[in-house]
Design a protein around this ligand. Structure first.
Ligand code: HEM
Length: 159
């Protein structure tokens, strides 16, 4: 069974990706991280399954220790449109809509929900660009009373 036609425009994401990123935010210390991402297209299904794991990198004393992890699903929102849902272990769930143009994905949350003890996150934006076997992304967020701004920037390579 082949890839579902509805997600053909997202097939550039399919694969396992590894690389490094940096994180910043006005309220925290800058950090660097190693990351592994997998986008899987279950045969015949109209979605991609997304899983991600990260580890602290650089010369930090905790280098190698697990950091953030998340999981979700990506689907088409019609020609040139994409939708995604993602869950964080920190009590946060994101619902995204956006555009797909060639191998560039632009997603922004239409809803962020949080458990009662989760940190305040009001908006998240993910911009993903693939060039052959190179993937780069930026993640922006409005959180903990701060205006929407960059939290993460990373470059990964298809393995
Ligand atoms: C590659 C993925 C990510 C990594 C490696 C990462 C890493 C980090 C680190 C190391 C901190 C500082 C923690 C501390 O000092 O206590 C942090 C803070 C934070 N991150 Fe991320 N993060 C990631 C993705 C996300 C996502 C997807 C969200 C929201 C949807 C998010 C929201 C936050 C918030 C709200 C804080 C707290 C800021 C504060 O309390 O001042 N992060 N992140």
């Amino acid at each position: 069974m082949t890839t579902h036609p509805d997600i053909a425009q997202l097939s550039f994401l399919v694969g396992t990706w590894e690389g490094e990123g940096v994180g910043i935010y006005p309220t925290i210390d800058d950090f660097s991280y190693r990351e592994e991402i997998a986008f899987v297209a279950p045969p015949g299904k109209p979605f991609l399954k997304y899983t991600q794991m990260t580890w602290r990198a650089g010369d930090h004393p905790d280098a190698g220790a697990p950091l953030h992890t998340e999981a979700g699903f990506f689907r088409s929102g019609g020609t040139g449109r994409a939708e995604a849902t993602m869950a964080q272990p920190t009590g946060i769930v994101e619902v995204y809509e956006g555009t797909v143009e060639g191998t560039s994905l632009r997603l922004r949350t239409i809803t962020v929900e949080r458990t009662s003890t989760a940190k305040e996150v009001l908006s998240v934006e993910r911009n993903i660009d693939v060039d052959g076997d190179d993937l780069s992304y930026e993640m922006w967020m409005g959180a903990v009373g701060q205006p929407h701004q960059l939290h993460l920037k990373a470059k990964l390579r298809r393995s």
